[in-house]
Ligand binder design. Structure first.
Ligand SMILES: NC(=O)c1ccc[n+]([C@@H]2O[C@H](COP(=O)([O-])OP(=O)(O)OC[C@H]3O[C@@H](n4cnc5c(N)ncnc54)[C@H](OP(=O)(O)O)[C@@H]3O)[C@@H](O)[C@H]2O)c1
Length: 274
């Protein structure tokens, strides 16, 4: 029942459903809705408090678990020796299965950096995740993680949309064999507004959201937009079905700056670069 028509990067289906900040019935309904429309890749995290809602939606979908690609992430507060393994065991319980991909959600502090990656590797070796990766890692952190984990890192999930220049992330990821996933791919709506995007959308007769998502997917980057609305989820799936001309891709890429973050917690100051 796996959707073989969905392109993938390092085995990660290119389009998924984001689930932050959904929880409870709202999360359950959004995931069931997305599944009904054909999405099979669902993104969750310990931090979101909704793994059990995602797990229930998948379990009650009527489709076999093998049809899905589930991603979860270890919370920064669970990276230490005392909590890492127990937190992953709880994730497996709440998800009702082994996630397809287990990420470290935010870069560990320097003193814990290598040890946290070793714990991530341990989970893979124990069979608690067939694939492992990271999130919010800078290019230098990706290099370090890939070396520490002997090439086992398959993914870096980062903020990625036309307003943020992530050229260095993408180049380093390609060099290291790491797939990039775009979180906040619509910049929570801000990426839908710039004139070049609205002009291209008008010319193509598509909503700006489809143009933005297409720009991401066409670079081989995975996108995980969050939506609770069937019309928006359907439209997001449409982004798989057309091609942007190279000059339109370039015009959209030209919008990006290194200051264009939507998500920028103070404690990450100085850690995004190099
Ligand atoms: N790894 C990390 O540190 C990290 C950080 C942030 C987010 N994430 C993940 O990435 C996912 C997506 O990011 P995000 O939720 O921050 O931002 P986003 O996906 O860029 O934006 C979500 C917003 O866009 C709207 N939307 C979705 N599809 C639309 C469409 N076709 N047309 C118009 N509006 C549309 C949604 O509203 P409606 O419900 O009204 O459609 C929602 O308000 C999260 O849910 C989470 O799973 C990961």
């Amino acid at each position: 029942m796996t959707d073989l028509s969905m392109p993938a990067a390092n085995g990660i289906p290119l389009l998924g459903l984001g689930t932050y900040p959904l929880s409870g019935e709202e999360c359950y309904r959004a995931v069931r809705m997305a599944i009904d429309l054909g999405l099979r890749h669902i993104d969750t995290a310990q931090m979101y408090g909704n793994e059990k809602d995602v797990g229930r939606a998948v379990a009650e979908s009527g489709l076999p678990r093998s049809a899905f690609y589930m991603v979860t992430k270890v919370d920064p507060g669970n990276l230490g020796a005392a909590r890492f393994a127990a937190s992953v065991a709880r994730s497996l319980e709440e998800l009702r299965s082994v996630p397809d991909l287990l990420l470290i959600h935010w870069p560990p502090v320097e003193a814990e950096f290598d040890a946290a990656l070793d714990r991530l590797m341990d989970e893979k070796q124990k069979g608690n995740a067939p694939a492992i990766g990271v999130s919010n890692f800078s290019p230098a952190m990706m290099r370090r993680a890939q070396a520490r984990c002997e090439g086992a890192i398959v993914n870096n999930q980062v903020e990625f949309h036309p307003l943020l220049d992530q050229t260095a992330i993408l180049a380093t990821a390609r060099e290291l064999g790491i797939a990039v996933s775009a979180y906040s791919p619509l910049a929570r709506g801000a990426a839908l507004k710039p004139a070049p995007i609205t002009a291209i959308a008008a010319r193509l007769g598509r909503p700006p959201s489809e143009v933005v998502l297409r720009w991401i997917l066409q670079q081989g980057v995975v996108a995980i937009p969050m939506t609770t609305k069937p019309a928006n989820a359907r439209s997001n799936i449409n982004a798989l079905g057309f091609t942007l001309a190279e000059d339109d891709m370039a015009a959209i890429s030209a919008l990006g700056t290194r200051q264009g973050r939507t998500i920028n917690p103070g404690w990450m100051a100085g850690r995004w670069e190099p």
